[in-house]
Design a protein around this ligand. Structure first.
Ligand code: MG
Length: 223
């Protein structure tokens, strides 16, 4: 594995990684999923919730379960559930400044949709800083932490894994990246399911805040 200063490829998860307070988004998306399932499958909200959580457990995303079992239209689902209020998100000049200083390819790697990634990054004021967004459609609806999307993003963007670093709030999503030779950084948080495996050997670094971590790298580079 190479040195942090040799990194040429920067992969960022979106929700709860590029901004804090994902619970505010997640709660809304969560509710919209329940609503979508309830309407599509003609079941009450409680039954819809059970289905939603079961699919999330079994297939890593609710969408995947819905596609497998009910042949729903993925675009319709994604558009519906990501239509949420993002007005709580403010411009993040600090993060912007630190991302701007990084050399190399910068790519967003999300289990959500491209439209949602654009909505979020525009609000934070960092949408112009990335070379690409690899979303759930690009991964053909096979979500992290399945290995397939990691292989695909590496192929699509011609990434050399040993010169790549991946930032994520869900610790288990770091495992395939580590196994491919990437450096991994866990964004600390208190969600039990996201923090699970955060002490595993596939987590190279931990940080309270992405911008702080980037700042440290940028400062070492200057000296
Ligand atoms: Mg996330």
């Amino acid at each position: 594995m190479k040195n942090l200063l040799d990194i040429k490829y920067w992969l960022f998860d979106l929700d709860n990684t590029l901004y804090d307070g994902a619970t505010k988004v997640f709660e809304q998306v969560d509710k919209k999923m329940t609503k979508f399932i309830s309407e599509k499958l003609n079941v009450g909200p409680e039954e819809a919730r059970k289905i939603q959580k079961n699919y999330f457990q079994e297939y890593n995303t609710t969408l995947n379960g819905m596609i497998k079992h009910h042949k729903i239209d993925a675009d319709e689902f994604l558009e519906f559930v990501h239509d949420v209020d993002l007005s709580f998100l403010d411009k993040d000049e600090y993060l912007k400044k630190e991302i701007e200083k990084l050399n190399g390819k910068k790519i967003i790697f999300t289990n959500g949709s491209r439209a949602h990634a654009l909505n979020v990054t525009k609000r934070i004021g960092i949408d112009m800083l990335f070379d690409g967004i690899f979303d759930i459609r690009d991964s053909e609806f096979i979500p992290k932490p399945s290995e397939e999307p990691y292989k695909k993003i590496v192929e699509n963007y011609k990434i050399e894994p040993e010169y790549c670093i991946f930032f994520e709030d869900i610790a288990r999503n770091l495992k395939p990246a580590f196994e491919m030779g990437m450096k991994t950084v866990w964004i600390k948080n208190n969600e039990p399911w996201a923090a699970k495996f955060s002490d595993a050997n596939f987590v190279n670094y931990k940080t309270d805040k992405l911008a702080n971590f980037l700042k440290e790298i940028n400062e070492i580079k200057r000296t």
